[in-house]
Write a protein that binds this ligand. Structure first.
Ligand SMILES: N[C@@H](CCC(=O)N[C@@H](CS)C(=O)NCC(=O)O)C(=O)O
Length: 312
């Protein structure tokens, strides 16, 4: 099987979720360090304009969004599982819900602490190309009380869930082993705890979560060796996209047929349409083919949750 290649940067918490999933699976992987903001021309060649981080590459198969990266890792390297004790559906659904609901309020808290230290060009990039709003401290300050309420409300259910698990002698949400849901809830907490002063724990009442947080932090990232973007593009060029055998033929719930020209666009932020020909689709995944002048024939995989698939 071709190497697992992660395109990412160190400060990305969504990438930290994938790095930890790679650690949980004990995988050896290749690490392509990308800039924290575009231009990223060689990643653009692979991901067709999808601008978010991380992106996972396996040969000529490109996985965009952690909600398809984790299921792909699970399919390619099933053990140890990211979905212990039959948790796949609930972990995937709640991970999506958690990240979707808590992301902007989490940025509000982050900005409260470090928003005035962020470089102007970073704030401009996030406003114009990613979030659609100004994440500077001054701009976000009026919404801080509302964001704090939202963050507290979400940690409210997480604390209840972890306390209930602990009462049953379980260190993680679904038992003895961490799940994709643990990793999702953990990564947004990681963003705050990594970048804010220690007082963030008190502000958000995180103390009951800390033993769980440390257990996940201890998983590590497996073993990675660096790779350049040029080498990653060459690896895609030299490979052939894997035949799609894990999705039903003509399985698109909206009746889209293989061969249809479509765009796939995130429905929350960084709404850059990626165009390609539908290869296969189901209620959980869509795969499109595109040919890139540098990277050759590629299959791009996206989750259905959080993306619009529109015929051109
Ligand atoms: N739903 C996406 C969210 C990814 C995301 O928002 N990543 C952030 C970095 S943590 C990002 O792309 N920021 C803008 C950028 O790096 O260009 C996923 O699960 O992968």
């Amino acid at each position: 099987m071709p190497e697992v290649i992660l395109h990412h940067y160190g400060l990305s918490p969504f990438a930290e979720k994938v790095r930890t999933a790679l650690g949980l699976k004990g995988l050896a992987w290749r690490s392509v360090d990308v800039a924290p903001m575009p231009p990223r021309p060689l990643l653009h060649a692979l991901a067709g304009g999808y601008r978010r981080i991380p992106v996972l590459q396996v040969g000529a198969d490109i996985y965009c969004d952690t909600n398809i990266i984790l299921p792909a890792l699970e399919r390619l390297h099933p053990t140890p599982t990211l979905y212990p004790n039959g948790s796949a559906g609930i972990a995937q659904g709640l991970a999506f819900a958690w990240e979707r609901a808590i992301w902007v309020p989490t940025i509000g808290v982050l900005s409260h602490y470090i928003g005035d230290q962020l470089p102007a060009e970073f704030i401009k990039d996030r406003k114009e190309g990613y979030l659609g709003f100004d994440m500077s401290k001054a701009a976000m300050a009026p919404d801080l009380p509302r964001h704090l309420q939202a963050v507290h409300a979400h940690y409210g259910w997480l604390k209840t869930a972890l306390a209930s698990a602990q009462a049953l002698g379980r260190p993680f949400l679904f038992g003895d082993a961490p799940s994709a849901l643990d990793l999702a809830c953990w990564q947004t907490t990681f963003l705050l705890r990594k970048n804010c002063p220690a007082s963030v724990d008190e502000l958000l009442g995180l103390a009951p979560l800390l033993p769980w947080f440390e257990r996940i932090a201890a998983i590590g990232h497996g073993s990675s060796t660096p790779m350049t973007s040029e080498e990653a593009v060459a690896a895609a060029q030299a490979a052939t996209p894997a035949p799609v055998t894990h999705l039903p033929a003509d399985g698109d719930p909206a009746g889209l047929k293989a061969g249809t020209l479509v765009t796939v666009t995130p429905d929350d932020n960084a709404r850059v349409p990626v165009q390609g020909t539908l290869v296969a689709a189901s209620g959980t995944e869509v795969v499109i083919h595109r040919r890139d002048a540098q990277a050759g024939d590629l299959h791009l995989h996206f989750p259905r949750l959080g993306f619009d698939v529109i015929p051109v």
